[in-house]
Write a protein that binds this ligand. Structure first.
Ligand code: IPT
Length: 995
């Protein structure tokens, strides 16, 4: 796979355009991929003219595909006749008030009746005029559509140019003979449903329209039409090899490498160059000058060699671990019509969050995205626009992947992807598609691709024989399964059991976890455990989180409040509900806590602090880079307050190597809890982040000065039980000092996360409901009041079931606070059950909405997503403590809290809650609504702040996992009944008493 001389001489020389259609079956329902299109070719920019045809077009919508063709006459249609309205191109008409978007996961939104589609087939006529610029040479001109969903026919000046299917791939037509000087009429008819839709059943919104660019290209005689850059890197010699196949003879210049006017198709060896990698995306600017005298073509060449060696995925001789995301193209207002700015924003966010790979799930992206990947450095698995998932509802009968009549349509897509994207160094793997079961057509795709481009390995997940894949690939495997695979100890899949040759081959393949960590709602959990497991095994080539961004579409309700819609919100049916809201970013690209958790899990530098020995151990987890681009800084904080800082010099450590560095002698004191934080930050600006950007960090507790306490035991006046008012019957607190405070109520429930809901039988929520944990009722057993102590004993249990919890609350005066201890003891048959949380809750007046805490932060943290939170002193308003998941659910918990203060900003008064033993901190959640309200809400705007704050203090919570599609939390993060204790100091804060 590495030797450039073995790469195929592709048929880059001008093939004729496809013949026209036969006309017997309508083109939107036949099995032809298109008619009249130019052969697919590489994407590049020549010096010839181009005319951008994006902009405002005229549009009208028909209910069926066979609408009258009355807009093709001389002079074009009368777009002022009241039936047309303006529409931006690129766009999806359903996001501009014409019909509705529809979301399904696997189900086709039409009968499984291939290749037919229903009569009701929304059809959009698009029309615009343009003026051909002076001096334009019309002969040979090409009209290009970068993406039209799902099938279209195009006419220029009333003359049919052709048709095309394959939404996320370009289609080019000869326009030369139809072009006129001056004004031209361009008409495009787009059908929402077509035979092509059967291959486009990705889990996403169905969004018809001309959603990518439309361009007219000047192509004078002799123009370079296609080229195939074969640029490899020999890591042993440190040299590159280059050969460029072109359809017209051309000369190549690469000034930086001293190449001037070299015949492009003659192999060149180029010593001493820098290879391309995602970590160091070195591109060389070049130019191809056709010998025909036509315009030159600009190139950006990255030299790199991809190879699977001894079952290990390598680039330039080095093993590479893909820390990836699956990325759909999504924008909350524009659907899949993305601007280049949005694409760049995605990539900057990825790079800044330590993500190094993208699977273009599940179709080739806008071509500019790959240019940006080349430039900024991402490993790309480029996936073809093929998914036939809906056939699962027909038991896979008629699956196009296994029906030879569909072969041309599948082949067409693969060719169009490979030809378009073949010159991108960032593309290191071709993926045949997603979730299309198996079939002979996949063999045809892989055979053709292997021959056309032997320089890149192939990926296909769903055929368990992996005969069409160079990776063993799975989705949603558990940590334990990944570990077993890493050790080469996984059982053989059924499909290869009878075929020893295939099984033997499969066992030698590197492993890709092409989807995992389903980022739906609050989660995913266990990213760190996955990452450490992947890192341990050379067989593991990496993993891709499902998925990058929530596919919510922005809407406003009758009251003008904006929200993000999901399946069903448009009255669309059948629909996949909230299942498209499963990304690391919210729909508007605000990072969710999951992204911070992923950044920490995949950080490319592991820092181990040995405070006692005064050293740090640094593990370089980059695959290519050393650490010289990083600075290591340290900060010492006592009780969250910085007391000293400095820099550590870390000796150079090559990729995947370790180094040690000595810490300076740390100052002791001023006492309290003292933490050392070491951070690795960029030493200089990178194209994707400024100097100082934090790449990795670690924290360790260091001994404090023993003679010094941070806070005196009592700051205010001593409290007695008579400073509190308790309900005589229930023993519940009603007021503390002047503060109206209600609680503590036992708190075992949480508003289910989507990972709690799970999928099918894998639903912990179902078990919790069956166990009645959502309907616990209390019985007061005893309220015992003595001058120095109040003891309240209750039993809380679900209706109709025998198991319950005994809770003993004890109140005693403790300096300037009251000490509340809560002992929660399971009672009765709890065998095998788990619980969502164990804690207590209070309410207090809503004005105390300024929260300061000392504990982990700044973001939310759950037992298996805690890695991104660090110990420190933080402050936020209650509103800012909420994570606005598109589907409301448990959120906003701060972990390992030692103390928290809730203060009313106007009066400075409030409440302090402190762990009596900082070694036994608590989980803190503060909301302006109850758990019940949170659970009942369908969208965040259903939640309105009430007149009370809800303060939740927990001793423990159930982990997150990713059971919405995949495994639940690891056993150590499941919360099983045991005895829990909370020991809290509660103190009312007078004006000026907050810390
Ligand atoms: C997997 C799909 O490939 C992906 O598109 C998405 O639907 C994901 O599930 C769930 O969000 S397929 C599934 C059968 C694991």
């Amino acid at each position: 796979m590495t030797n450039p001389d073995e790469t195929a001489q592709g048929p880059v020389h001008g093939e004729p355009p496809e013949p026209g259609g036969t006309g017997t079956v309508p083109y939107w329902a036949d099995l032809a991929p298109g008619t009249g299109r130019r052969p697919p070719r590489a994407r590049f920019t020549s010096g010839a003219a181009r005319l951008d045809l994006n902009g405002t077009w005229s549009f009208r919508l028909w209910p069926t595909a066979d609408a009258p063709l009355d807009f093709l006459g001389p002079g074009g249609p009368d777009t002022d006749d009241g039936t047309w309205s303006p529409l931006p191109v690129p766009s999806h008409w359903v996001l501009h008030g014409h019909g509705i978007p529809r979301y399904t996961n696997t189900a086709y939104p039409f009968p499984i009746d291939p290749p037919h589609v229903p009569d009701a087939n929304p059809t959009g006529d698009h029309h615009r005029t343009f003026h051909l610029p002076n001096g334009w040479r019309p002969a040979g001109s090409v009209l290009r559509f970068d993406g039209v969903d799902s099938c279209f026919k195009v006419w220029l000046n009333g003359r049919e140019l052709g048709t095309s299917k394959g939404s996320r791939l370009p289609a080019e037509f000869d326009a030369g003979r139809a072009l006129r000087p001056g004004r031209n009429d361009l008409a495009v008819r787009v059908h929402r449903w077509s035979s092509g839709s059967y291959l486009e059943d990705q889990d996403m919104w169905w969004l018809p329209g001309i959603f990518r660019d439309v361009t007219l290209l000047e192509v004078p005689d002799g123009t370079l039409g296609d080229c195939f850059v074969h640029a490899s890197y020999d890591h042993e010699r440190g040299s590159g090899t280059l050969r460029i196949d072109t359809d017209v003879p051309a000369r190549l210049s690469l000034p930086e490498l001293g190449v001037h006017g070299h015949r492009a198709d003659r192999p060149l060896t180029l010593p001493g160059l820098e290879p391309w990698s995602a970590e160091h995306p070195r591109l060389y600017a070049g130019e191809l000058v056709p010998l025909t005298g036509a315009e030159p073509v600009g190139l950006r060449i990255g030299f790199r060699s991809v190879a699977i060696r001894d079952g290990v995925f390598t680039v330039n001789g080095a093993p590479v671990l893909l820390r990836g995301v699956n990325r759909h193209e999504h924008d909350p207002d524009h659907g899949r019509a993305l601007t280049v700015d949005t694409m760049r924003r995605d990539l900057l966010l990825m790079k800044r969050n330590n993500i190094n790979a993208v699977r273009t799930a599940h179709y080739p992206p806008h071509p500019a995205f790959l240019d940006l990947c080349d430039e900024l450095g991402l490993w790309v698995v480029d996936e073809c626009d093929i998914e036939t998932h809906g056939f699962i509802h027909a038991d896979w009968a008629g699956n196009p992947a296994d029906d030879p009549r569909w072969r041309p349509m599948l082949m067409d897509r693969m060719r169009r992807m490979v030809e378009r994207d073949k010159n991108h160094p960032s593309v290191v793997v071709w993926s045949l598609g997603n979730e299309s079961h198996h079939g002979t057509n996949l063999a045809a795709l892989s055979d053709w691709t292997r021959e056309r481009d032997p320089s890149r390995p192939l990926h296909y997940e769903r055929d368990r024989t992996y005969r069409h894949s160079d990776f063993y690939s799975l989705m949603y495997a558990s940590v334990a399964e990944v570990d077993r695979i890493g050790r080469h100890e996984e059982p053989a899949p059924e499909e290869t059991a009878a075929e020893p040759g295939l099984e033997q081959r499969r066992r030698t393949l590197p492993f890709l976890l092409c989807e995992y960590a389903h980022a739906m709602g609050n989660g995913p959990g266990s990213l760190t455990e996955y990452q450490r497991t992947l890192e341990r095994h050379p067989r593991c080539a990496g993993a891709f989180v499902w998925e990058w961004i929530d596919h919510g579409l922005r809407r406003t309700d009758e009251e003008g409040r904006a929200y993000f819609a999901y399946g069903g919100d448009f009255g669309d049916s059948p629909h996949g509900g909230t299942f498209c809201i499963d990304g690391l970013l919210f729909p508007d690209r605000t990072p969710s806590p999951g992204l911070a958790a992923y950044k920490k899990a995949v950080e490319p530098v592991g820092i181990g602090i040995d405070a006692a020995a005064g050293r740090i151990r640094v593990h370089n987890r980059y695959d290519v880079r050393d650490l010289t681009h990083l600075r290591f800084t340290w900060t010492l904080e006592a009780d969250g307050v910085p007391v000293a800082q400095g820099e550590v010099k870390v000796p150079p450590a090559g990729a995947r190597q370790e180094a040690e560095a000595a810490l300076p002698v740390l100052p002791t004191g001023p006492g309290g809890e003292t933490w050392l934080t070491v951070r690795a930050v960029l030493a200089a600006d990178e194209p994707w982040a400024p100097a100082g950007h934090e790449v990795a960090w670690a924290q360790a507790r260091v001994p404090a000065h023993p003679a010094h306490r941070a806070r005196p035991d009592a700051r205010g006046r001593r409290l007695t039980l008579s400073d509190a008012r308790f309900d005589a019957r229930t023993g519940l607190l009603r007021a503390l000092g002047g503060l109206d405070l209600d609680g503590p109520h036992l708190d075992m429930w949480r508003a289910p996360t989507e990972n709690d809901r799970g999928m099918g039988d894998n639903s912990v929520l179902r078990q919790w409901r069956a166990a009645g944990l959502d309907r616990l009722v209390a019985r007061t057993e005893r309220v015992e009041r003595r001058p120095d102590r109040l003891v309240v004993q209750t039993r809380t249990a679900p209706d109709g079931l025998p198991h319950g919890l005994r809770v003993r609350q004890t109140w005693t005066p403790h300096g300037d606070a009251l000490l509340l201890t809560v002992d929660i003891v399971p009672d009765g048959p709890w065998d095998g059950l788990t619980v969502p949380r164990a804690g207590v809750r209070f309410t207090l007046p809503a004005r105390h909405d300024r929260v300061r805490w000392y504990g982990k932060g700044p973001g939310e943290a759950y037992p298996d997503s805690e890695q991104a939170a660090r110990v420190g002193l933080f402050a936020k308003d209650v509103a800012a403590l909420q994570t606005p998941y598109v589907v409301p659910q448990e959120n906003g918990r701060r972990a390992a809290v030692r103390w928290a203060e809730l203060v009313a900003p106007e009066t400075g008064t409030g409440l302090r809650v402190e762990a009596a033993d900082h070694g036994l901190p608590f989980g803190l959640t503060v909301r302006a609504w109850s758990t019940e309200d949170l659970e009942a809400a369908a969208h965040p705007h259903d939640l309105t702040p009430g007149d009370r704050l809800h303060l939740h203090v927990d001793a423990a919570q159930y982990g997150l996992g990713s059971a919405s599609c995949g495994p639940g939390p690891l056993e150590e993060h499941r919360l099983r009944p045991r005895t829990w204790r909370l020991a809290l100091l509660l103190r009312p804060l007078g004006p000026g008493e907050a810390g």
